[in-house]
Design a protein around this ligand. Structure first.
Ligand code: NAG
Ligand code: NAG
Ligand code: NAG
Length: 198
């Protein structure tokens, strides 16, 4: 809350560029529980957007951003490129980050329910659900995608097998359209770092 207030004050003062009002890192790590859409990267104006599922921007969004505040290349190296003709691939990220099992299951159930209600993940957006700091997410590299909760759980089984029971990781569909994963809010396993194709 303190940082949200600082963010608002920063915006009101009209401080330019890379100030506290644009501290996306801080906002990412303090997002309240819920569902969010995030951009896959900065847009042509150098802005990065995080909204709720109704499209309302979170405080401070869109964030002025630069490549400097975007994921370092070693973290981005893993899934982002869309390999059109590659088989299914997956990966583990941030071996020292673990989801809280119950919280992540709840986040995954919310994601699955949202998908089951017939919602589509918008074109080139990240959909993520946050519960107690654990996240369930889908990165969409293509046009609007439908999503399926069973699909999410099936892929997460692979991640559990590969990355340990509570390890963080991602799974890229063979189509290259989507990757699905789990991570820690604001951590190196956050989809902001994992999915971003900046
Ligand atoms: C943003 O917040 C993080 C965490 O509090 C801090 O380490 C970083 O220096 C801040 N960056 C800016 C530009 O204020
Ligand atoms: C989230 O954390 C709170 C406080 O620790 C706890 O009461 C609640 O059960 C947790 N939610 C889930 C889904 O684990
Ligand atoms: C992948 O996305 C493209 C474009 O959005 C779509 O035409 C295609 O059907 C998708 N493939 C799968 C397997 O969902």
């Amino acid at each position: 809350m303190k940082y949200l207030i600082l963010t608002l004050v920063g915006l009101l003062l009209g401080l330019g560029g890379a100030n506290a009002g644009s501290n996306m890192t801080q906002v990412l790590s303090t997002l309240p529980d819920g569902g969010y859409f995030m951009d896959m990267g900065i847009n042509e104006h150098g802005l990065y957007s995080i909204t709720d599922l109704d499209g309302n921007p979170v405080p401070g969004s869109p964030f002025p951003s630069t490549r400097a505040t975007c994921p370092p290349s070693d973290l981005r190296a893993s899934p982002p490129m869309k390999p059109l003709s590659r088989p299914l691939i997956s990966g583990c990220v941030a071996p020292n980050e673990w989801v809280d099992w119950d919280s992540w299951k709840t986040a995954g159930r919310r994601l699955a329910n949202w998908c089951a209600a017939g919602n589509m993940v918008p074109q080139r957006k990240i959909l993520k659900w946050v519960v107690n700091g654990s996240e369930a997410y889908i990165c969409n590299y293509a046009g609007d995608q439908n999503c399926d909760g069973n699909e999410y759980w099936n892929y997460m089984q692979t991640i559990a097998d590969k990355c340990t029971f509570v390890g963080c990781g991602w799974f890229l569909q063979g189509s290259g359209n989507k990757s699905l994963g789990r991570g820690i809010k604001g951590g190196k396993s956050d989809p902001f770092y994992v999915c971003n194709n900046v």
